[in-house]
Design a protein around this ligand. Structure first.
Ligand SMILES: Cc1cc2nc3c(=O)[nH]c(=O)nc-3n(C[C@H](O)[C@H](O)[C@H](O)COP(=O)(O)OP(=O)(O)OC[C@H]3O[C@@H](n4cnc5c(N)ncnc54)[C@H](O)[C@@H]3O)c2cc1C
Length: 512
């Protein structure tokens, strides 16, 4: 069979890798519209530095995902020179490679993240230090509002109520409200609760407090994804992992065609026959026995023939949020490291900082030095930041010129006290990411009908994040690809297992 895959992001590459790893009976071709491997999980090289389009943790509870990660980039077995410098005590893999003598290695990293709220940095996940950071009166108010939320449950028909039920109003407004509103461009009260359920599935006031207590007692913290204290990270960022995967796909006989944007999908009798893609302004037809798509559902439906009108309209109303990441290079931060955590160059230890204050437009700051010092040219002397802004394609932020945006972003860093002056910025680089977040508003409530329609096309498999219009992380996106490969190789007709990844159904199965 000829299996065509749309997209060389984590989902498309995992599908190709898994199919080729298990059989050489089929031909596999990936069509990728951009010139870059890795989709949203790519790492961009800018002069001597590298940046993610938003930092990407490699953490998963899914064994198949961990196995693939480790088989392509093994976890470090020896401390790197930077680990020795900072006296890091990560869990290392026995017999694993030494990051200073090879590039093909997954580093172990300690997660440090805080929340910037009302000019203060507050530990997130919360630690015993929050007593000092917030003060007793605020903590008492937070405690009372949490108790109130336990007795007076709100209907979980929107994201605000979902959070308040789990944290109380005070903590919700400190830790979730501002960031969520920036991310989606809407107040949480206007967003379906589903996003909260997927993002912070097992998280609650109790889970966060237990995590704090365990860590204070020197025990291991929670395994809840949003609280974990350690994660893996490729030496040169997630893009390195996906480039290695692409090399394996090609070595196993797969084809990856870059710059090929799929525009139309031709079906007959509920089966895909071919896809039409454009390359350098020329339309090319590629026949397909099986089509695996990680392209956005909205565009997939608009490219299909004979789609019923109601489904076409529903898909047209799906919404997305765009991301702009501004890489900023400075030689020092104004903010000093007042923690006990040792860092290269003694900078603040955070991997990222959530910016809750609505007076600042930035949603999050990445400090790439703390993800991997190898991402930064001379990390002892340079601090390489990634500032994340959320917007809509075509709005004022999206249309701002690069220089103007970099200047605006630097001004926000000054306002926050992160740097002393705009002139501290030595260099900057801007990346605009289209459809970074599939939204849970617009016609999202009709997603069930859309997926039902897509399922009626027997040889079409929808995988990944935008491919399923779901807030899937890399591991979920990969899992949808594994499930699709299983179904194709075992001739399983139902696609429920693919759609069930990262849903309540999967969660309930996990719990059981
Ligand atoms: C800021 C941010 C931070 C994140 N952090 C994490 C994290 O810490 N950990 C984690 O696990 N996940 C994280 N994620 C999620 C992760 O990026 C996604 O889950 C993952 O990239 C989705 O993979 P995908 O292959 O489904 O889609 P994508 O990465 O979007 O890849 C899809 C590919 O398809 C191509 N394509 C689209 N349309 C067409 C077409 N018509 N024709 C041909 N090709 C096409 C695109 O160019 C792209 O290369 C983060 C995401 C963001 C935005």
């Amino acid at each position: 069979m000829k299996i065509v895959i749309i997209g060389a992001g984590p989902a498309g590459l995992t599908a190709a890798y898994e199919l080729l790893r298990r059989t050489d009976e089929h031909s596999v071709v990936i069509l990728e519209s951009s010139g870059r491997i890795g989709g949203i999980s790519a790492t961009v090289q800018y002069k001597g530095c590298r940046m993610d389009l938003g930092g990407h943790r490699f953490f998963s509870k899914l064994d198949r995902v961990n196995e693939m990660w480790e088989s392509i980039l093994p976890i470090q077995g020896k401390p790197s020179r930077y680990d020795r410098l900072t006296e890091s005590t990560h869990t290392l893999a026995q017999g694993g490679p030494d990051p200073d003598s090879t590039d093909d290695v997954m580093l172990r990293r300690t997660r440090v993240s805080r929340i910037y709220f009302k000019d203060k940095l507050i530990d997130y996940p919360i630690s015993a230090r929050v007593f000092g950071q917030l003060g007793i009166p605020t903590l008492l108010r937070a405690g009372c509002s949490y108790i109130h939320s336990r007795f007076f449950r709100l209907p979980e028909d929107n994201l605000e109520n979902f959070y308040i039920n789990r944290f109380g109003k005070v903590l919700y407004s400190m830790f979730f409200e501002g960031y969520t509103e920036k991310l989606w461009g809407k107040h949480p009260s206007e967003i379906a609760a589903d996003w909260g359920a997927q993002r912070v599935k097992g998280l609650s006031f109790i889970a966060a407090s237990k995590d704090m207590l365990s860590k204070a007692l020197g025990r291991k913290g929670s395994e809840e994804t949003s609280l974990i204290g350690e994660f893996s990270y490729p030496k040169y960022g997630p893009g390195q992992f996906w480039e290695c995967t692409a090399d394996r796909v090609i070595a196993m006989g797969g084809r990856i065609q870059m710059g090929c944007c799929v525009k139309r999908i031709i079906t007959e009798n509920n089966a895909v026959k071919s896809v039409i893609y454009e390359k350098d302004g020329v339309s090319v037809c590629e026949e397909a026995d099986i089509l695996i798509s990680s392209m956005p559902v909205k565009e997939l439906i608009s490219g299909l023939n004979d789609v019923p009108n109601d489904i076409r309209q529903a898909a047209e109303g799906l919404c997305y949020r765009e991301l702009i990441t501004v890489g900023i290079l400075v030689d020092r931060l104004r903010l000093k490291n007042t923690t006990r955590i040792k860092t290269v160059g003694n900078i603040i230890p955070d991997c990222w900082i959530y910016v809750q204050d609505t007076g600042i437009k930035m949603g999050r700051i990445q400090i790439f030095n703390n993800w991997s010092p190898y991402l930064v040219e001379r990390p002892e002397e340079n601090v390489w930041l990634g500032l994340e802004y959320f917007c809509d394609e075509g709005d004022d932020m999206w249309n701002m010129g690069d220089d103007e945006f970099a200047d605006f972003a630097a001004g926000e860093l000054v306002k926050m006290g992160m740097i002393a002056d705009r002139s501290d910025v030595k260099d900057s680089h801007i990346e605009r990411v289209i459809k970074a977040y599939p939204a849970y508003f617009g016609t999202y409530p009709e997603i069930g009908r859309i997926t039902e329609y897509l399922d009626s096309i027997g040889n079409l498999y929808c995988i990944g994040r935008n491919g399923q219009h779901r807030y899937n992380n890399m591991d979920h996106s990969m899992m949808t690809a594994f499930q699709a490969a299983d179904n194709i190789l075992n001739n399983i007709k139902s696609k429920d297992n693919i759609w069930n990844v990262n849903t309540d159904k999967e969660y309930l199965e996990e719990k059981a």
